[in-house]
Design a protein around this ligand. Structure first.
Ligand SMILES: Nc1nc2c(ncn2[C@@H]2O[C@H](COP(=O)(O)OP(=O)(O)OP(=O)(O)O)[C@@H](O)[C@H]2O)c(=O)[nH]1
Ligand SMILES: [Mg+2]
Length: 810
C-alpha cells in the first residue's frame, strides 16, 4: 500500500465506528487479504511519542502533539491506519495514552478496555516506556503493565501476543542492562498480579513473547532515532511468517471478518464480559460465512445466465440444462469457498452446505419443469413410435415393449442431461409418472384396437348370417333350424378362429381371449335371434303369402285355372298345413337343438282329425280351450319363445279370416266355370245340329228376320275384333298373328259368352262378404312391427288374392 488511510476506530467515549471501519477496509481492500495480514498496536504513557513513532515506523499519519504547545493528550480513543510499504499488509492501532491527566487517576476503565481490545486483536503490541522509568518503583508504565497482565487473564484461552517493549530516550546505559532490568520489572509485576488458580504457576512466557528494543530520543537525536526506527521497521516485514515478530496467531480472524470481529470484541469488552476468543472465532466465522453465503445466493438469483435459463425452461426444454446450471452454481460455490476459506472449517463447511441447499432450492423448480418437459416429450415420442410400429403391422405387445424400452432409455438419458452436478435429485417419481402415462395410453390404444377387431368380426358375422338366415326363414320348413344352427356354427367358428388369430399380437391371457371369443359367439347368436324376432313379426304375412302361393299355383308352379275339377278342400288343407308349419317354425328360437312339441301341438290342434279343414269347424276350434290356451310352450324357455301359444291361436284365427275370401272366390269361380260349361251344348251336339239341321238353317236364312240374326253375328265379330286386338297382333307378322289369334280365339269367345251368362245369372248368385282386412293384427311382446305395416301388408295381400282370383276367373 502506497497511501495511508487512517480512521478513528473507537472514539474517546468508547463508541465503535463501524461504518468508518468498513469504508477503511474497502479503501485498503482488506477483505481480500485472507489470513495474510498483521495487526500491530501501541500502548504507553500519554505523550510518550507513540504517534510519532508509528508515523516514522509505518508511514502513517496519526496526529502528533505539537512539541511547542506542551504535553497534553493528543490521541483520544483508538485510531487505525494501514502501514505504508510493509509486507504483508499490516494495520496499526494508535491507542490513547494510559496516564493522561484529563481522565484523572481513577478513571482507568477505558485504559483497561482499550488494553484488552489491543491484546485480543493484535499480533504485536508495542509498549512505549521511558528509559528513565526502568527499575523505578513509581514508574509510569507499572500500572499499564498490571492492566495488561490482569486483562490477559480475562481472555479465555488467549492467543500468544508479542509484547515489544520500546525503550524511549535511550541513555548511555548498555542495552543489555536496560533489557534485563526491564525484564526483572516485568517479572515482578507478573508475579504481583493475582491470577486464577489454573494459571497460578504459569510463566509469563506462556502468554507472551516478550521482546525489547530501545530508541534514542527523537527530539534530541533525531537522526539516530530515524536510523533505529528504520532498522526496527525491518522486523515488521514478513512478521507473520514462522519465527517472525508476530505471535502464534492462534486466534487470527480472516481479514474479511476483521471489522465484524473487532466490533464484537469491543462490544463484549464494553459489556465487561469475559472474552472467549475461540468461541468468538467461531461466532465470527458463523456470521461471516453466512454473510458470504447470503451474498452468493443473492448474486445467484440475479445471475443473468440463471435468469435466462429459468425463463427458457418455462417455455420448453433446454438442451444442456444440467451442465449450464451446474456451472452457474459451481461459480458461486467456488466464490464462497474462496472467500470463506480462512474461517473455522466446521462453520465454513456447514454454511457451505446451507448455501448449496438454498441454491438448489432456488433452482429446483426449473429442474422439475425440465423433468416435466422431458416426461411430456418422451410420452409424445412413445405415442408416435407406437403408432408407426402398429402401422407397419408389428404385433401390439411387441411394439409396446420395444417402444417402452426406447422411451425409458430416452428418459433416462434426458435425466442425465438435466441432472445437476451439485444435487443428487431423484427423478424416479417422474419416471414412474411417465410409466403410468405410457401404460394409460397403451391401455386406451389396446382397448380401441380390440374394440376395432371385435367390431370387425361382429360385422363379418352379421354379414355372413343376416341374409342367409332371413332367406332360410322365408323358406321356413322342417330343416330350417337345423340349417340355421349349421350356418351359425360354421360362421361362428370361422369368426372365432379369425379373432384368435388377430389377438395373437396382443399377448392377452387366455381368460381374456376366451371371454372375447365367448362374446363373439353370443353376438353371432344374437344376430340370428334378432333376425328370428324380425321374421316372427312378419309371420302372418309370410303365412298368407305361402298360402296364396300354394293355393293359387299347381305343383308345377303354374297359376291355377279353376275349371271345376280341382279338389279345393285338399288344396286348401295342404296350403294351410304349409302355413301352419311356417308358424310352428317361427314360434320359437331353436339354437340349442332341444326337441320341442310345438309343431305337433299346432298340427294336432288345427290339422288332425275332425278339426282338420273347413271354415266353419275351424272357427269352432279357435274358441275351444286346448293346449294353446297358454302363454308358454312346454320345454321352451320364455327367452326362446317368439310367438306364444295364445298368439299362435290368434294368428291362426286372423290367418283363416284373411284367407277365407280367397277360398270363397276359388269355390265361386269353380262353380261359375261349371255352369258356363253347362250353358253351351257340348261340341258334338253343335256339330250334329249343323249336319242334321241344314235345311232348317237355310229356311232360317230365307226368313225375313235373317237381317236381325246377321246383326247379332256382326256384334259378336266386332267384340272379337276388339278383344283379340287383331290389328295389333298382325303387326308382328302375318303367321305369328294368325297363330296367336287362333290360340286365343276360343277362350275369348268363351269369355264373352260367360260374361253374358253371368249378366243373366247375377241375381241368383250374390257376391260373398269380404272379410275386414285389418281388423286384428299380430303383435306380441317381442315384435315391433307396427300395426299399420300389418294393415298395409294385409291389404296388399288381399289385392294379390283378388288379382289371382280375377286371373283364375279369366
Ligand atoms: N523526549 C522525547 N520526546 C519525544 C520523542 N518523540 C516525540 N517526542 C515529543 O513528544 C511529544 C508528544 O508526541 P506524540 O507523538 O504526540 O506523543 P503521544 O504519545 O502520541 O501522545 P498522546 O497521543 O497524547 O498520548 C511531541 O512534542 C513530540 O515531539 C522522543 O523520542 N523523546
Ligand atoms: Mg498520540
Amino acid at each position: 500500500m502506497d497511501v495511508c488511510h487512517s480512521i478513528e476506530l473507537i472514539d474517546g467515549e468508547g463508541a465503535f465506528n463501524t461504518s468508518a471501519l468498513e469504508d477503511f477496509m474497502k479503501a485498503v481492500k482488506m477483505g481480500e487479504r485472507g489470513l495474510s495480514y498483521a495487526v500491530v498496536s501501541i500502548m504507553g504513557p500519554q505523550s510518550s511519542g507513540k504517534s510519532t513513532l508509528l508515523n516514522h515506523l509505518f508511514g502513517t499519519n496519526f496526529r502528533e502533539m505539537d512539541a511547542f504547545k506542551g504535553r497534553s493528550q493528543t490521541t483520544k480513543g483508538i485510531w487505525l491506519a494501514n502501514c505504508v510499504g510493509i509486507e504483508p499488509f499490516t494495520v496499526v492501532m494508535d491507542l490513547e495514552g494510559t496516564d493522561g491527566r484529563e481522565r484523572g487517576e481513577d478513571d482507568t476503565t477505558f485504559e483497561k478496555q482499550s488494553a484488552l481490545f489491543a491484546l485480543a486483536v493484535s499480533d504485536v503490541v508495542l509498549i512505549n516506556i521511558w528509559c528513565h522509568d526502568i527499575g523505578r518503583e513509581q514508574a509510569a508504565n507499572k500500572p499499564l503493565l498490571k492492566i495488561v497482565f490482569q486483562v490477559m487473564m480475562r481472555l479465555f484461552s488467549p492467543r500468544k501476543t508479542t509484547l515489544l517493549f520500546v525503550i524511549r530516550d535511550k541513555t548511555k546505559t548498555p542495552f543489555e542492562l536496560l533489557e534485563s532490568a526491564l525484564k526483572q520489572d516485568i517479572q515482578k509485576i507478573w508475579d504481583s498480579v493475582s491470577k486464577p488458580k489454573a494459571h497460578k504457576d504459569t510463566p509469563l512466557s506462556e502468554f507472551f513473547n516478550v521482546d525489547v528494543t530501545a530508541l534514542s530520543s527523537y527530539e534530541e537525536k533525531e537522526d539516530q532515532f530515524k536510523e533505529q526506527v528504520a532498522s526496527l521497521r525491518q522486523r515488521f516485514f514478513y512478521s507473520i511468517a514462522p519465527g517472525g515478530l508476530a505471535g502464534d496467531r492462534r486466534g487470527v480472524i480472516p481479514a474479511s471478518g476483521f471489522a465484524y470481529s473487532a466490533q464484537q470484541i469491543w462490544k463484549i469488552i464494553k459489556e465487561n464480559k469475559d472474552l472467549d476468543l475461540p468461541a468468538h472465532k467461531v461466532m465470527v466465522a458463523t456470521v461471516r460465512c453466512e454473510e458470504i453465503a447470503n451474498e452468493k445466493l443473492g448474486r445467484l438469483t440475479t445471475d443473468e445466465g440463471w435468469r435466462a435459463l429459468e425463463e427458457a425452461v418455462q417455455i420448453g426444454p433446454v438442451s444442456g440444462f444440467g451442465k449450464t446450471l451446474s456451472s452457474i452454481l459451481e461459480k458461486y460455490l467456488q466464490e464462497y469457498d474462496m472467500e470463506a476459506i480462512y474461517f473455522e472449517e466446521g462453520v465454513r463447511v456447514s454454511k457451505r452446505q446451507q448455501l448449496e441447499m438454498k441454491a438448489l432450492n432456488v433452482v429446483h423448480p426449473a429442474y422439475q419443469a425440465m423433468l416435466g418437459h422431458l416426461r411430456t416429450r418422451t410420452s409424445e415420442k412413445f405415442k408416435d413410435r407406437l403408432e408407426q410400429s402398429l402401422k407397419r403391422g408389428e404385433g401390439f405387445a411387441a411394439s409396446v415393449c420395444d417402444c417402452m424400452e426406447f422411451a425409458m432409455h430416452e428418459f433416462d438419458q434426458g435425466c442425465a442431461d438435466v441432472a445437476i452436478q451439485q444435487a443428487n435429485w431423484d427423478s424416479s417419481k417422474v419416471r414412474e409418472k411417465l410409466q403410468r402415462d405410457i401404460e394409460t395410453h397403451v391401455a386406451s390404444v389396446r382397448a380401441a384396437k380390440l374394440s376395432e377387431i371385435t367390431a370387425h368380426y361382429e360385422k363379418q358375422v352379421t354379414e355372413a348370417l343376416a341374409e342367409p338366415v332371413e332367406s332360410l326363414f322365408e323358406a321356413a320348413g322342417q330343416d330350417t333350424w337345423a340349417s340355421i344352427r349349421k350356418i351359425l356354427r360354421r360362421e361362428t367358428n370361422k369368426a372365432v378362429s379369425g379373432l384368435s388369430c388377430s389377438l395373437t399380437g396382443f399377448e392377452l391371457d387366455q381368460e381374456t381371449v376366451d371371454k372375447m371369443a365367448g362374446h363373439l359367439v353370443a353376438f353371432a347368436r344374437s344376430v340370428v335371434e334378432k333376425k328370428a324376432r324380425e321374421e316372427a313379426g312378419k309371420v302372418l304375412i309370410r303365412m298368407k303369402d305361402r298360402f296364396t302361393t300354394l293355393f293359387s299355383h299347381d305343383n308345377d308352379s303354374m297359376p291355377r285355372v279353376w275349371t271345376g275339377k280341382e279338389d279345393i278342400r285338399k288344396i286348401t288343407k295342404d296350403a294351410r298345413a304349409a302355413s301352419l308349419n311356417l308358424l310352428s317354425v317361427m314360434a320359437a328360437i331353436r339354437l340349442d337343438e332341444k326337441p320341442d312339441n310345438i309343431e305337433n301341438t299346432l298340427s294336432s290342434s288345427y290339422m288332425d282329425g275332425s278339426s282338420a279343414v273347413g271354415l266353419v269347424r275351424d272357427r269352432s276350434i279357435t274358441s275351444s280351450i286346448g293346449p294353446l290356451a297358454s302363454s308358454t310352450w312346454e320345454e321352451v324357455p320364455p327367452a326362446n319363445t317368439l310367438i306364444t301359444p295364445v298368439q299362435c291361436k290368434s294368428l291362426w284365427r286372423q290367418f283363416n279370416t284373411e284367407t277365407e275370401y280367397t277360398v270363397t272366390q276359388a269355390i265361386a269361380a269353380q262353380e261359375a266355370s261349371r255352369r258356363s260349361n253347362n250353358w253351351l251344348p257340348p261340341p258334338w251336339a253343335i256339330v250334329a245340329m249343323a249336319v242334321l239341321g241344314f235345311n232348317e238353317f237355310m229356311t232360317l236364312l230365307r226368313n225375313p228376320l235373317y237381317l236381325g240374326v246377321l246383326f247379332v253375328v256382326f256384334l259378336l265379330a266386332k267384340a272379337l275384333w276388339v278383344q283379340l286386338d287383331i290389328p295389333g297382333e298382325f303387326q308382328n307378322g302375318f303367321i305369328p298373328g294368325l297363330l296367336s289369334i287362333s290360340m286365343r280365339l276360343f277362350p275369348t269367345i268363351m269369355n264373352i259368352l260367360r260374361r253374358l251368362a253371368e249378366q243373366g245369372q247375377r241375381h241368383k248368385a250374390p257376391n260373398p262378404q269380404r272379410p275386414p282386412l285389418n281388423s286384428t293384427s299380430f303383435r306380441n311382446g317381442m315384435q315391433d312391427t307396427p300395426l299399420v305395416d300389418f294393415a298395409s301388408e294385409s291389404s296388399s295381400s288381399t289385392t294379390t288374392t283378388k288379382s289371382s282370383v280375377s286371373h283364375v276367373s279369366l
